[in-house]
Write a protein that binds this ligand. Structure first.
Ligand code: UDP
Length: 246
């Protein structure tokens, strides 16, 4: 039996394939139904266990993508497997394809100054038909002013790339203020679209070693990455607890 929603340590993942997520997004864009998409990995799930506000911002999303091999493994350990890993960075490109087809407008919000503009140039070249209607860095002080700049640009979709927690809370807190069909929280994706950061080579992604690549590139992430083994331990504990309780 395939569950539509799969609970992994308190986060309600949508159990869909990349194609199914893209179809849902297309429906949202077409119907102008307002919503946002989040892409939690295992580190984020672990962090959300202790942080109810963060967890509720994730679970209030219309689309919750399992972004990472850790989440897929966690779901398996808990006995409720997910269909497939759906990487946020790849989903972002699916949205670009969709928007390019329908001559849609995309706004890029996040990253250091200059990153969103460079990412916009690259995406516009890669997906002819796509309009980048605005780009802004992610180090603003006044959130409402940033929201107003987005609304003036009249996008169909916005990539909100402010890093984990900040972006999910921003999307939840400003869903009503934003005149946008779909917001997507995509972490460091703009850095990759801009060419300022590189994704792991395909063979490492296929071997579920993307985390190792990121660790080698940015050793300062070690503290954050220690959440990965901790996440596995809590999944095993939860499995044992469920077994005990029948
Ligand atoms: N960032 C931002 N505003 C902030 C903090 C971070 O725009 O106040 C950007 C940062 O420049 C980077 C991204 O958010 O482009 C976070 O990247 P990371 O790889 O850490 O993403 P995560 O793993 O948190 O999803």
């Amino acid at each position: 039996m395939i569950f539509l929603k799969v609970d992994v340590m308190g986060i309600e993942f949508d159990n869909l394939t990349m194609q199914e997520f893209a179809d849902r997004a297309a429906q949202m864009l077409q119907s102008h139904e307002k919503g946002y998409c989040v892409t939690p990995n295992a580190e984020i799930v672990y962090e959300s266990i202790q942080d109810e506000n963060f967890r509720s911002a994730i679970n209030a999303a219309s689309l919750v993508l399992p972004d990472g091999a850790g989440v897929i493994l966690g779901a398996k350990i808990l006995g409720t497997p997910l269909q497939e890993k759906v990487a946020g960075i790849e989903f972002g490109e699916e949205i670009c394809k969709l928007l390019a087809k329908q001559k849609g407008r995309l706004y890029l919000l996040g990253g250091k100054p200059g990153i969103a503009e460079q990412a916009g140039d690259n995406l516009q070249k890669k997906y002819p038909g796509l309009t980048i209607c605005g780009a802004d860095h992610g180090y603003f002080k006044d959130e409402m002013a940033a929201v107003t700049r987005v609304n003036i640009a009249k996008p169909d979709a916005v990539f909100v790339c402010l890093g984990a927690k900040k972006q999910e809370c921003f999307m939840r807190n400003h869903l009503a203020d934003m005149n946008v069909s779909l917001m997507l929280g995509l972490g460091g994706s703009l850095d990759c679209y801009a060419g300022a950061a590189k994704r792991a080579p395909r063979w490492m992604i296929n071997l579920s070693l993307e985390w190792l690549y990121r660790l080698l590139k940015e050793p300062k992430r070690l503290g954050r990455m220690m959440r990965l083994p901790k996440f596995m331990i809590v999944c095993f504990r939860e499995k044992l607890r469920r077994k005990k309780n029948g």
